[in-house]
Design a protein. Structure first.
Length: 742
């Protein structure tokens, strides 16, 4: 028998770290581990005889810290969990930048180099190199203890070499003398080079890389936010009903008292009260009362369901227009809400295919650069140059190879691309989303709130007589109700400037409709079952052809009209779907609504394939099946019921007009209330990805081209540092081209 545990992992910085943690865990007999860098989590399956403590110890042996993560069903989010990006990293960046800028300016502007300026530069640069660069140095030495090198290794070696050389030149060479000025020779002198310092290079590299790390952190810090938002949907407190011991089980005779308790204290079998407008505390069965329950978080549909004694209800849904007494049948991990949260968590813990290019080549590039630097030093010494000159050439090689441009390539392009997207009402959450937009070939779309407006409205009126009178009478009765269908009828009447008559003898029949006297007529408005006898064939046909909910209106014991109340298709939907097809995507409608309504909407927007009557778990299963067939799936949705599907999809696109849970679960969020923003998001994401890849290519090309020049002394370290800064500037300028996206 196997067990599964989720571990949070601290200290990982690149794909090499992921491989090391997985290697240690998978090295234990019977253990299978999957580590996700973006979420800093590991899902571990382990056999009997192995404990979580042993797994944590294995992670510790790899040089990282681990802790067991509580199951989704019992975890609640806290303000600290939503904090992004981390305050310590931001502070480290701001302090390092404020200290580095004067050092760089003094080194590059000779007119500002006053007497002993170099010693002020040392005072300013030292905290940056030691404290500002501590995260990189710590990662370097952690990896070295396990015989591995990463880009962090190159950062540490390059910055400490340039800083160490500067210390040597200041204290033992000529650089500490009064009147010292920087040399602007492009090449390295084979004679004494002890008068040169490179503090601006050491401080500048650290600051550039901290900026890259900070920007990158912003893109991934909210990886677990969807789960926290989903868990926070549930009720926090519940009003339970306690029966007197003298008459247990007899609800009519029992003396009952109401008591408010925390939701964690609710048990299976407890009776609890749900008042109008309140969330239902947990899954249960109605014992007493009538109400309309908004199930949109489960089905995605905007029409509430009438419930009464014996009907099942779902936790976190909202009761409208009635008071319910419910007996709890599931609590904690067994509830539908907890199961949905687990679906989201499982999907987010899946390992992404994307690996940063810099991490993929680090195992080759970094050792090669270090060997090249050592070979350069030995070559210069062997050819009769001074030790100082050889060391200077070696430092130049290390500096020219420092991956400032690599560190900025992804986050700067991502920042510009997402900034432009924000101007267009499109929020892109990270580089993984960009990678998936290039790959997706199938796009699933929810119906309600996505292809439709999500608001009930009056459509066709079919009447055997006066349609205006039918609308007036129906609106007069429904004006006393807060039901969404009632509001749609009243709104339609007011839009047509209809004056509503007075109503007497108003009565609501749960699950059927309403009745009352209007202008002397006994009026009924509601389901067809409210009317005895056979309906007129015209009205029966209207009910069959209804695209939503058919409401029958009649008076004086005769049905007179049918009002078609439905969610309306977005006007821009057909054009948006056509553009998605032009981008190479196959659209599919995925909805919890019935097949007839789903088919009508699909035909209206130009979708051929439809999956209807889908619960949240059905949507996830459908996406997994399509993925198993080799498809790369995008999902567009807006409701709580879409959250797990958005997380499971290769690319989740959430509409911000929907729920916070769906927004947090998506990789891309559409803020603009226009479906045309979905194809815009695909195009912007793909262009941003092209820019990122271009940045990475030119950053590596710069390294490869400049390294031989530095090795042969054709670039002194200061010029190498300037060239390195230029490569970073190139990356920034290339990324800024994204501002022209239309």
């Amino acid at each position: 028998m196997s067990n599964t545990v989720d571990l949070s992992i601290e200290g990982m910085t690149c794909a090499s770290c992921v491989g090391r943690v997985e290697g240690r865990l998978n090295g234990v007999d019977g253990v299978t581990a999957q580590v996700n860098l973006a979420t800093e989590r590991a899902r571990v399956t382990y056999p009997e005889g192995v404990t979580p403590a042993e797994l944590i110890a294995e992670v510790g042996k790899a040089g990282y810290q681990a802790a067991v993560v509580e199951p989704a069903s019992v975890r609640r989010s806290t303000p600290a969990e939503a904090q992004a990006p981390s305050t310590p990293l931001r502070t480290r960046l701001l302090v390092s930048a404020s200290l580095s800028i004067p050092v760089i300016v003094l080194a590059m502007v000779p007119a500002l180099q006053f007497t002993y300026w170099q010693w002020l530069s040392l005072v300013l640069a030292a905290p940056v190199v030691v404290w500002g660069g501590f995260p990189f140095h710590r990662a370097t030495f952690t990896n070295l203890r396990h015989g591995a090198v990463t880009m962090d290794t190159l950062i540490t070696v390059g910055t400490l070499a340039s800083f160490g050389w500067s210390l040597y030149a200041l204290f033992f060479g000529m650089a500490g003398m009064a009147g010292m000025r920087h040399s602007f020779e492009f090449t390295i002198s084979r004679g004494d080079a002890s008068g040169d310092i490179y503090l601006e290079v050491a401080a500048g590299v650290i600051t550039f890389l901290l900026l890259g790390r900070y920007l990158e952190e912003r893109s991934k810090k909210r990886a677990g936010s969807a789960l926290h938002a989903l868990l926070d949907l549930g009720a926090k407190d519940v009003t339970v009903v306690r029966e007197s011991p003298s008459s247990p089980g007899n609800l009519l005779a029992a003396t009952r008292t109401e008591q408010s308790i925390a939701i964690e204290d609710l048990s299976i079998g407890d009776l609890f009260v749900v008042r109008p407008g309140e969330k239902i505390a947990t899954d249960g069965v109605v014992v007493d009362g009538q109400a309309a329950v908004d199930l949109s978080m489960i089905t995605g549909e905007s029409v509430p369901i009438e419930v009464g004694p014996g009907d099942e209800v779902v936790g976190a849904t909202v009761a409208q227009g009635g008071r319910l007494l419910v007996r709890a049948t599931q609590v904690g991990a067994g509830t539908r809400l907890a199961q949905m949260a687990k679906l989201v968590e499982d999907a987010q813990l899946g390992k992404s295919d994307i690996q940063r290019l810099a991490d993929r080549v680090a195992n080759v590039f970094v050792p090669a650069v270090i060997l090249l630097a050592l070979a350069t030093f030995l070559f210069w010494i062997a050819t009769g140059s001074s030790v100082e000159a050889g060391f200077t050439a070696m430092v130049a090689v290390l500096i020219i190879a420092c991956p400032c441009a690599l560190g900025l390539a992804t986050p700067v392009a991502l920042l510009v691309g997402t900034g432009r997207g924000a101007q267009l009402g499109i929020l892109i959450k990270g580089p993984e989303a960009l990678e998936q937009t290039r790959r997706v070939d199938t796009i699933l779309l929810d119906k309600t709130g996505t292809l439709t407006t999500g608001r009930m409205s009056l459509g066709q009126i079919t009447a055997t007589g006066d349609t205006d009178m039918a609308l007036r009478y129906a609106a007069a009765l429904e004006s006393a109700s807060e039901h969404p269908i009632a509001r749609a009828i009243v709104a339609a009447a007011r839009e047509s400037a209809t004056t509503l008559p007075d109503v007497t003898g108003f009565r609501a029949t749960a699950g059927l409709g309403v009745s009352g006297t209007v202008e002397g007529h006994a009026v009924l408005v509601g389901r067809p079952a409210l009317f005895p006898g056979t309906l007129d064939p015209l009205l029966s046909q209207a009910i069959e052809a209804s695209t939503g909910t058919a409401v029958v209106v009649g008076w004086d014991d005769e049905a007179r009209a049918v009002l078609d109340i439905a969610d309306t298709v977005r006007s821009e939907a057909p054009a948006a779907l056509a553009e998605l097809v032009s981008l190479g995507l196959t659209p599919i409608l995925l909805t919890g609504d019935n097949a007839r309504t789903a088919g009508q909407v699909a035909a209206a927007v130009g979708i051929d394939q439809v999956f209807s009557d889908m619960l949240p778990e059905d949507k996830v299963a459908t996406i997994r099946r399509l993925q198993s067939e080799g498809r790369m799936v995008a999902m567009v949705g807006d409701g709580v019921n879409d959250a797990a599907a958005l997380a499971q999809a290769n690319l989740g696109i959430a509409l911000a007009t929907g729920t916070d849970v769906a927004i947090e679960a998506g990789d891309v969020t559409i803020v603009r209330d226009h479906l045309g923003a979905v194809p815009d998001a695909i195009r912007l994401s793909r262009r941003t990805l092209r820019v990122i890849k271009g940045n990475l290519f030119w950053a590596f090309a710069y390294n490869l081209a400049a390294l031989p020049l530095a090795a042969f002394g054709l670039l002194n370290p200061m010029i190498a540092g300037a060239a390195m800064a230029f490569s970073s500037l190139f990356v920034v300028l290339n990324s800024l081209r994204l501002n022209t996206f239309r």
